[in-house]
Design a binder for this molecule. Structure first.
Ligand SMILES: C[S@@+](CC[C@H](N)C(=O)[O-])C[C@H]1O[C@@H](n2cnc3c(N)ncnc32)[C@H](O)[C@@H]1O
Length: 210
């Protein structure tokens, strides 16, 4: 965390629910790769401000971002979360239930690309997307998001700086190339208006025009 990020985080009261989630993630031996606290707060605000009610998350881990997303939902709003590993989805579901949000979330497990294809075949649509799974998949996830999006939908994606690898020309691995392509898509696709925030590990925020 930068000095500025640490300063900002120090302004906020501790969030006992989210701290408990981080402890639960660690106690299950899962990686400590939840979204940054500041961006978690932003997710809640974006959902609430947009009035989105049909949220799709790609990459659940232990439910930290799921809680942030679900907190912003109004009555009747729902979050569908796609997660590769059933064991992770179970931990996430338990954490959302402990947070009093269990009735707002459901999970599809397995490779998100297959889940997204199924959702497309079923004609499902969403008004908010949060992309935070395998980085190689980001360009494909963006295309699916555009296909499943209602007009005005928001598409948010975490880790677009890959802790400095995105801007390091010496790095040419598949995840880096995929995230660079994703970022270029976010910035140049005519169907989107967007911005990219370079704080923490970088966050892309786009709105589907219409
Ligand atoms: C960075 S973590 C998600 C963090 C979570 N969004 C949060 O902030 O609390 C990435 C998650 O994506 C999942 N994942 C990786 N590859 C995936 C795939 N192909 N399909 C679905 N989920 C995947 C991982 O198992 C992991 O739980």
């Amino acid at each position: 965390m930068s000095i500025d990020e640490r300063y900002v985080e120090g302004l906020y009261a501790r969030d006992a629910v989210l701290e408990r989630v981080k402890e639960g993630i660690a106690s299950h031996g899962m990686p400590s790769i939840s979204i940054a606290d500041g961006y978690g707060r932003l997710l809640t605000m974006l959902v609430r401000m947009s009035g989105a009610s049909k949220l799709l998350e790609i990459g659940a881990l232990g439910g930290y971002s799921g809680i942030c997303l679900a907190r912003g939902l109004g009555d009747g709003g729902q979050l569908l979360s796609l997660e590769l590993l059933p064991a992770y989805a179970e931990v996430a579901k338990a954490h959302l239930t402990e947070a009093g949000l269990g009735d707002k979330v459901s999970y599809m497990t397995g490779d998100a690309k297959e889940s997204l294809n199924r959702l497309k075949q079923e004609g499902r649509t969403f008004d908010f997307f949060f992309i935070d799974a395998d980085k190689e998949g980001y360009p494909v996830y963006l295309q699916y998001a555009l296909e499943l999006a209602e007009p005005g939908a928001l598409i948010v994606a975490d880790n677009i700086l890959l802790r400095g690898r995105t801007t390091d020309e010496a790095k040419q691995g598949p995840a880096v190339l995929a995230v660079r392509a994703f970022n270029e898509g976010i910035a140049t696709d005519n169907r989107l208006e967007s911005t990219i925030l370079p704080g923490y590990d970088g966050l892309a925020i786009a709105r589907v025009k219409g």
